[in-house]
Design a protein around this ligand. Structure first.
Ligand code: ZN
Length: 163
């Protein structure tokens, strides 16, 4: 396994649409392992393949309750909404307010290319939406409802609303 270089905003690859994974290859398996390692190393909640420069529909997420690997994820259902601070490893050190569904149901393939369904609320729902957006070339800054601020300053300013 290896830690890969995380692409940052301004890199064109983050704006491209990703292609479906059609089969497991050693290359894909290594990519997933590296994405997991890279996400944990950067203390991220999620990471999408384009963030390490690969235009494939793969995301990894750990919102604090365990690792999820989603290949070719498709959001099936959303419900409710949550408004709060959001950040991205590709926009390091920054945070802005984004409204997301509070519940998300997604189907995807696992690391054996078997289909499964994942349901998430709160942070997991936010992460699923954020990472799936990456596969379409969309960054959270496109959806920000506040200025994009240094994270520390953001949480100081919006502390009361986030409590
Ligand atoms: Zn991101």
């Amino acid at each position: 396994m290896a830690i890969r270089n995380i692409r940052t905003e301004g890199d064109e690859i983050l704006r491209k649409k990703c292609k479906e994974v059609t089969g497991l290859t050693p290359k894909i398996t290594t990519l997933i392992e590296d994405m997991v390692e890279t996400m944990y190393d950067a203390n991220g909640v999620g990471l999408a393949a384009p963030q390490v420069g690969i235009l494939k529909r793969i995301v990894v997420i750990d919102a604090g309750e365990g690792l999820h690997v989603l290949i070719n994820p498709v959001i099936l259902e959303t419900d409710g909404e949550q408004t709060g601070g959001e950040g991205c490893l590709s926009v390091p050190g920054k945070t802005a307010t984004v409204t997301r569904p509070n519940y998300v149901k997604v189907k995807a393939l696992d690391r054996e290319m078997k289909e499964f369904v994942l349901e998430g609320t709160e942070l997991l729902a936010r992460a699923i939406c954020h990472e799936c957006d990456h596969l379409e070339g969309v960054l959270y800054v496109d959806k920000a409802e506040s200025p994009i601020m240094d994270s520390e300053a953001y949480y100081e300013k919006y502390k009361e609303e986030n409590e």
